[in-house]
Design a protein around this ligand. Sequence first.
Ligand SMILES: Nc1ncnc2c1ncn2[C@@H]1O[C@H](COP(=O)(O)OP(=O)(O)O)[C@@H](O)[C@H]1O
Ligand SMILES: [Mg+2]
Length: 328
Amino acid sequence: MTAPSAAEPLVEIRDLHVAFPQFEGTVHAVRGVSLHLAPGESLGIVGESGSGKSVSCMAVMRLLRSPPAQISADRLALEGIDVMAAGKDDLTRLRGRAAAMIFQDPMTAFDPVFTIGQQIAETLRLHREMGRRAARDEALNLLRRVEIRNPEAVLESYPHQLSGGMLQRAMIAMALSCHPRVLFADEPTTALDVTVQAQILQLIKDLQAELGMGLIMVTHDMGVVAETVDRVVVMYGGQVMEQAGVIDIFERPAHPYTRALLASIPGQEGGRRRLTEIPGGSPDPSDPPGGCPFHPRCPEADARCAAEAPPLLTGADGRQTACWRVTP
Ligand SMILES: Nc1ncnc2c1ncn2[C@@H]1O[C@H](COP(=O)(O)OP(=O)(O)O)[C@@H](O)[C@H]1O
Ligand SMILES: [Mg+2]
């Protein structure tokens, strides 16, 4: 494993394709996604359910079983290390040290038969080669760091004994235990109520700033993006529709799909309008439409949009848009 250089992006995905062959036909989950994350940067990946956000992140973390997944990319790298070529030991090290992931359902991260303390300590012993005593102390520190007020009690608790919010904090503590340089947060607050959601998002944001971590926040919720990231990738139908700074996305959304997503944020002017008000549903990933994936639902689509997929073009300001109707 070569040492990563400082100029290297933390995460680099170039022209990623992921397909899952099934009886009924192949599911084309990701179709040519490119994105990157610089050290310390925060990036939102936003789009409706099924747009390929999770699969893209799992692919670069090498968490997809292959087969069945068919993965191809020009480049797939964490900290400058090609994860397609990396061996099993390198991957284990990378996953612990370079990148950690937190999910919507913290129960998937914890084993129901061990206490929270046992599981955090085990990670510490494995990845940071700590002794039993040191691991317990560090587990307590980590729980305090995620603002758990009674860390001793939580350490002795089994996952089912904690509330959703507490468990989510414990999972973040476990993810942070190896000092990752990038944290993938995949819908980390979707299952929580609004108040707890706001607290967890604030916690992730604070930790990111404090630890200088890179952050990839995966969400279907534009509100979450607004509160947590500097830059946004908008995905639809397994492709990138738009990529820009968070202020540009909110104040000058260029892609019709981005505008539709913004219209679905509750509390916007005109009250709660949902994306489902746009005619049609998400594209069928086993039979994606030709042309732009959004064209069947796009109010601005014309014949060209149906016939030919628009390339993702980069403007002078670094902003990217894939739409025939937009000049970057
Ligand atoms: N293991 C799998 N096998 C088959 N299809 C999958 C698998 N994982 C994801 N998919 C499909 O790939 C598409 C993209 O999924 P995903 O990346 O999870 O979407 P998102 O995270 O944007 O909601 C969806 O149609 C989903 O059903
Ligand atoms: Mg997902």
